[in-house]
Design a protein around this ligand. Structure first.
Ligand SMILES: [Zn+2]
Ligand SMILES: [Zn+2]
Length: 384
């Protein structure tokens, strides 16, 4: 009996101990495994540079990829669109407007339109061709001694000052301004002037067309309205309320003219096409003048300040950062408004304003785009 009691006591103790041991073992094991697994995973992905920006960038990587590919594809479509729309405007001008101007305008006006129109056209075509075909400039891929400000994370090469990586071109661009889908090219150090001149002369051309054609547009517009009312009269259209009123009123009353007996001859196909093309021309050139005019003005402001579109953002951030420290930010590439413009257009003497700005010129920009002279300031960082 004593032996049995001893055995029972031993069994009971084992029973009491066993589940505790096994439970703790069972609980300990996955916890250990979990923390061990996490440690391995963390060590695999560990990066001392990781912050919320990097994580957000990684999450948005597929979106960037899609946008980059779409922009690359749209680049071709946009260039095609620019060529087709410009050609359509030229076709209308040469086929309908020029013959009309030659027969109705006085000689000084004819000379003005022919000279100005063709000069503007040459400037647009030259700068567009140059902007699309000129390489914006890339930093050398081989090892070099050029002073660099950082290293490109994508190209793994040193980045000279003002150089930025274009994800659409998948390259670093010297003095990058932006990637332009309308050119299907990056705007950088070597084609910045061509891009701006194209915008400027295209805006000027559109404003010129819009102003020259405004009276014709109003005439064409009223003619189209008259056509519509005549058509509805002829076909007895009484679908809309306006149509109903028109069909009740006498013809002469509707078109606001003083004929009662003989209706006007119907518009010929040629006349209809002419009026419609005038309306198309005016609406297109006016809207492009407004949109492109705004863009050109914005770029003119940036050039005056000696900034690129990308630097505008960087400099604003930097200015805000320094302001908190009671310091004033100075753009090191701002050489003064007039000097900025001279540098931008490559004007070295007065005659260059004519030969290099107002006439097509293929001169290369000032500097190599790799090294930059910093604007001299007497006190670069002034405490307020
Ligand atoms: Zn790069
Ligand atoms: Zn690009």
């Amino acid at each position: 009996a004593r032996l049995f009691a001893g055995a029972m006591r031993l069994f009971l103790r084992w029973c009491r101990l066993c589940p505790r041991r096994s439970r703790s073992k069972l609980l300990k094991r996955p916890r250990e495994l979990w923390s061990y697994g996490r440690l391995i995973l963390r060590s695999l992905y560990f990066n001392s540079l990781t912050n919320s920006d990097v994580i957000m960038d990684s999450l948005f990587e597929p979106v960037y990829w899609l946008v980059d590919h779409l922009t690359r594809w749209f680049g071709v479509v946009f260039v095609f669109l620019v060529v087709v729309l410009t050609s359509s405007v030229l076709l209308i001008i040469y086929l309908s407007l020029l013959p009309l101007a030659l027969t109705t305008y006085s000689l000084p006006w004819i000379v003005w339109h022919i000279v100005y129109g063709h000069w503007n056209l040459v400037m647009i075509v030259f700068h567009y061709y140059k902007a699309t075909r000129t390489s914006p400039g890339y930093p050398p891929q081989i090892k070099h001694d050029i002073p660099s400000v950082s290293v490109c994370k994508k190209c793994i090469t040193p980045k000279p000052a003002r150089t930025h990586h274009c994800s659409i071109c998948n390259r670093c661009i010297l003095k990058m301004d932006h990637h332009c889908p309308w050119l299907n090219n990056c705007v950088g150090h070597f084609n910045h002037r061509y891009f701006f001149s194209f915008c400027l002369f295209m805006t000027m051309g559109c404003v010129y067309c819009s102003i020259s054609c405004r009276n014709m547009f109003f005439d064409a517009y009223s003619a189209i309205e008259r056509m519509k009312s005549l058509d509805s009269e002829r076909h007895g259209v009484a679908v809309t309320e306006v149509g109903l009123i028109f069909s009740i009123l006498p013809l002469g009353f509707v078109s606001g003219q003083t004929y009662y007996q003989t209706p006007p001859p119907p518009f010929t196909f040629r006349e209809r096409m002419f009026h419609k093309s005038i309306i198309y021309l005016w609406v297109l050139t006016s809207s492009v003048a407004l949109a492109l005019g705004g863009l050109t003005l914005w770029h003119a402001v940036l050039i005056s300040r000696g900034e690129t579109s990308i630097e505008r953002h960087i400099n604003r951030k930097e200015a805000r950062r320094l302001e908190k420290r009671h310091k004033v930010f100075r753009n090191p590439f701002n050489y003064g408004r007039m000097n900025n413009w001279k540098l931008f257009f490559g004007v070295e003497k007065k005659s260059h304003w004519l030969t290099r700005v107002l006439l097509p010129s293929g001169h290369s920009p000032y500097g190599d785009g790799l090294t930059w002279d910093y604007a001299p300031y007497r006190n670069s960082l002034v405490s307020i």
